[in-house]
Design a protein around this ligand. Structure first.
Ligand code: CTP
Ligand code: CA
Length: 225
């Protein structure tokens, strides 16, 4: 919201955005994580703030700077991210961009696991993490607009549509993250918007441009309701 005198269609509206990966501890020095730079989520939080929204950005560990003009909450684990998101409700819109680890280690070790040459190698028992988007999509204080992302490497539309239904989202921003696309870790994105009433393919854009367009669409939708 700083250094910006453009229109503020989201003034008075509250937004929650998740971004980055989560880190699930194995022991004090090791973790399981997804690949995520946080670029797309952070850009969306910044774009919503520029349109005047009161933005809470809940981010896992990333190396990019905190965006200006947002309330920043840094978390590590999926359960911490879920707790921070639920504590930030109610909101007008939630945009869940984080690459949340689907599983965590069932009981992380308090002490560093040590090698014992000649003895057995540890195996990790995993347990499922909470689905933050699904929790928000079905919450009693559900935001008017609930938006998810779907990073897919195959059957992008079908998988994204299933996620829209299962998670109670209004919109899924789907992208093909096959290694050949270069989207993972890069600055560009090529997305399809999946809604109950249809699909819209956006052109190849920078992650900042995707954020601008999505923020404008959110503003338009919140005005209508
Ligand atoms: N998501 C979430 N909490 C989780 C897993 C996913 O909030 N524990 C959100 C992501 O932030 C994203 C959407 O759900 O907005 C889809 O995430 P994705 O990993 O593509 O879907 P999953 O349901 O985890 O299915 P899968 O990984 O098997 O494709
Ligand atoms: Ca997942």
């Amino acid at each position: 919201a700083l250094l910006d005198d453009g229109p503020k269609p989201l003034a008075g509206k509250k937004a929650i955005v998740t971004s980055g990966p989560t880190h699930e501890p194995i022991d004090p020095v090791r973790y399981i994580a997804n690949r995520s730079s946080g670029r797309q989520g952070h850009a969306i939080a910044a774009a919503l703030a520029r349109l005047g929204a009161d933005v809470t950005l809940v981010s896992g560990p990333v190396t990019i700077p905190d965006p200006v003009g947002v309330r920043m909450l840094h978390v590590e684990r999926a359960e911490e991210m879920r707790d921070a998101v639920l504590a930030a409700l109610p909101a007008d819109v939630a945009v869940m961009v984080a690459a949340v680890a689907d599983w965590r280690v069932a009981s992380a070790a308090d002490q560093k696991l040590k090698k014992h040459p000649g003895e057995s190698i540890p195996t990790l028992a995993l347990t499922e993490n909470p689905d933050i988007l699904k929790t928000v999509g079905h919450h009693t204080t559900r935001p008017k607009l609930v938006i998810g992302f779907a990073a897919e490497t195959q059957d992008v539309e079908a998988n994204a549509r299933l996620k829209l239904e299962r998670k109670g989202a209004d919109l899924i921003v789907a992208n093909d993250v096959s290694p050949s696309t270069g989207i993972m870790g890069g600055t560009r994105n090529s997305v399809k918007l999946i809604r109950r009433d249809g699909i819209e393919q956006w052109p190849d854009l920078s992650k900042d441009e995707v954020a601008e367009r999505l923020a404008a669409l959110i503003a338009e939708q919140l005005m209508q309701r």
